[in-house]
Design a protein around this ligand. Structure first.
Ligand code: HEM
Ligand SMILES: *[C@@H]1O[C@H](CO)[C@@H](O)[C@H](O)[C@H]1NC(C)=O
Ligand SMILES: *[C@@H]1O[C@H](CO)[C@@H](O)[C@H](O)[C@H]1NC(C)=O
Length: 530
């Protein structure tokens, strides 16, 4: 060996020792979780991580890797410690730890980052408390007329969709119906996207999500000057503006209407003067006084926006906050629910026997064949429908994984300490398809997984499509209700078939679950003869 080589070797070992020393808490974690093997597999994991950074392959790569690595799996990516979790016991621990409430910087690439979904720490706590009542049972029940009327329009629209249909066509019409519902229940506005979507709002939201998923997985694109160099940049700016303007218009208009309504109504009731943010000053710095009623027994059932205007009265929230929340609420409500309806339909099309059984349940629940007004009680009666929807949310789960950042050192179990700053990947997609947890039919569409006796056998955190614990989905009941109303109406009157097989589907992580090559999927839609 030459002197140069010797020196180089020395420098490398010194640097490496410094690296290990600086990151000693993280190496300790790896040691505690995966043992000596955990330490030695680090270089391999580093290389694999570099290749996994592709939304198209992420879920498949993870499924493959799970076979070869001991889990939970801890690793270092540069100086970032990451913990990969895919078992119910750890999920429960993480999801209920106040130290794991925050999202990570990776999610900052998400296009609406100002709403509840991305709020951190104390701010999240306050906002969550403010918004919880907006999804109360009573409020949800008041949404049924909207659910029914949109689903009825969709139901009649389907008569234009008989015969062989592209997957994307069906996706388009369903997502528009869900968008109409989301706008109605969030902001109380009638929209007509089912007939036409001239501003392409549905498309705008979809494209924004696609860009968001790219930025999450390739976080360097969150650095402005790097992102500017991509061709996505201009599109992103334009789309963001379209979505924000769409919501801004509605919110301002609604706010004005709401103020007028309250002012007029005060004449006959007890009133008081309070401050609410002015519409002209979006930043919430200027306040104007208006009279609103104090007694509000009448206001129990309101859509989302009217409920938060109410918070604005007390100065708890600004108009800009309201716009951010609405923008984010419409987006999450629209994208997730339309995705889950579409994938449930696809599962039913692939499993005709199950579809038939579901239709029988529908016929016995609605013996006179009238499904135009489905109630909350009807939904409670349909046990098989519940199992079907749960099963599709298990097998083709809408949100395939979640990421959490650790805000303070915390004890995972025994003496294992997860250092502050660690990222935790919660891989629900693979957990919910794991045959060690679900048995022989884990990879099949098998609603019987949700028979009470089978549910009782499992750890409750084996199934977390909406997450559980401290930061579960605020819209979970809403989603299930809307999904069920739409699926019930469609399956009652139309039958769906496809030649696609479950085992041929390849999945993409696109924030919500997407299917690769979905243009190869076709549905055959026909009317059911009753
Ligand atoms: C099938 C439909 C849906 C699924 C599968 C779903 C799933 C989820 C999941 C997994 C989370 C946790 C994300 C994380 O921890 O990173 C979440 C959070 C959230 N979801 Fe949903 N969701 C659905 C529909 C909805 C709807 C319809 C709304 C609103 C109307 C909604 C609003 C939210 C909000 C605001 C959060 C953040 C809650 C918080 O951080 O406190 N979701 N959802
Ligand atoms: C006053 O409030 C009632 C319900 O509380 C509502 O039906 C009515 O339309 C409101 N009146 C005006 C003028 O806004
Ligand atoms: C279906 O899932 C929901 C939550 O996602 C749960 O509340 C319900 O009990 C489940 N139904 C069955 C039959 O397990």
């Amino acid at each position: 060996m030459t002197a140069v080589e010797n020196n180089l070797l020395l420098v490398i070992s010194v640097l490496f020792s410094i690296y290990v020393w600086i990151n000693r808490a993280k190496f300790k974690l790896i040691w505690q979780i995966n043992g000596a093997r955990g330490i030695f597999q680090q270089p391999l994991l580093f290389i694999l991580m570099c290749f996994m950074l592709d939304p198209k392959r992420l879920l498949e790569t993870l499924r493959y890797l799970r076979k070869y690595f001991k889990r939970p799996l801890a690793f270092l990516f540069g100086s970032q410690s990451v913990l990969y979790v895919d078992d119910p016991v750890m999920m429960e621990r993480v999801l209920n730890s106040p130290e794991c409430l925050d999202k990570t910087f990776l999610q900052d690439g998400f296009f609406v980052r100002k709403g509840l979904l991305h709020a951190k720490g104390q701010q999240w706590k306050i906002r969550r408390k403010q918004l919880n009542p907006t999804f109360s049972y009573g409020v949800l029940m008041s949404f049924f007329p909207t659910f029914n009327s949109v689903a009825n329009s969709l139901h009649s629209k389907f008569s234009d969709y008989l015969g062989l249909q592209e997957f994307n066509e069906i996706e388009d019409i369903i997502s528009r119906a869900v968008l109409v519902t989301a706008c109605q229940t969030t902001m109380g506005t009638e929209t007509n996207f089912l007939e036409n979507d001239e501003h392409e709002i549905a498309q705008t939201y979809k494209k924004l999500l696609r860009i968001s998923s790219i930025k999450t997985i390739k976080p360097w694109l969150q650095i402005d000057f790097l992102f500017r160099m991509t061709k996505l940049y201009n599109t992103d700016i334009e789309l963001n503006k379209m979505a924000a303007d769409f919501v801004k218009d509605i919110v301002s208009r609604k706010h004005n209407e709401w103020k007028k309504m309250n002012v007029l109504n005060t004449s006959s009731r007890s009133t008081s003067r309070i401050k609410i943010p002015s519409t002209t000053e979006v930043e919430g710095t200027s306040w104007e006084e208006v009279e609103v009623e104090v007694e509000d027994t009448q206001r129990k059932k309101r859509n989302f926006i009217e409920q938060i205007f109410h918070l604005a009265e007390n100065g708890e929230i600004t108009l800009q906050d309201i716009m951010d929340e609405c923008n984010s609420m419409v987006l999450v409500a629209f994208e997730t629910v339309s995705n889950s309806i579409l994938l449930a339909l696809l599962c039913l099309a692939m499993y005709p026997e199950t579809q038939k059984k579901l239709r029988q349940e529908l016929h016995s629940t609605f013996p006179n064949g009238d499904v135009s007004s489905i109630s909350g009680d009807n939904l409670k009666d349909m046990k098989f429908l519940d199992m079907v929807i749960n099963e599709s949310l298990r097998l083709v789960t809408t949100i395939p994984m979640a990421l959490r950042g650790v805000s303070k050192d915390f004890v995972l179990k025994d003496d294992i300490v997860i250092p502050k700053g660690t990222f935790i990947i919660l891989d629900t997609f693979n957990m919910q398809r794991d045959s060690a947890l679900w048995g022989p039919f884990a990879q099949e569409f098998y609603p019987e997984h949700f028979l009470p006796e089978n549910v009782a056998k499992r750890h409750p955190y084996t199934y977390v499509p909406f997450m559980k614990g401290l930061r579960f989905c605020i819209g979970w009941r809403y989603s299930l209700m809307l999904t069920k109303v739409i699926i019930a109406k469609l399956i009652h009157s139309y039958s769906f078939e496809t030649e696609t097989k479950l085992k041929d589907l390849k999945f993409i992580e696109g924030i919500s679950l997407k299917i690769r090559d979905c243009d190869k999927i076709k549905f055959t839609v026909s009317r059911v003869r009753n």
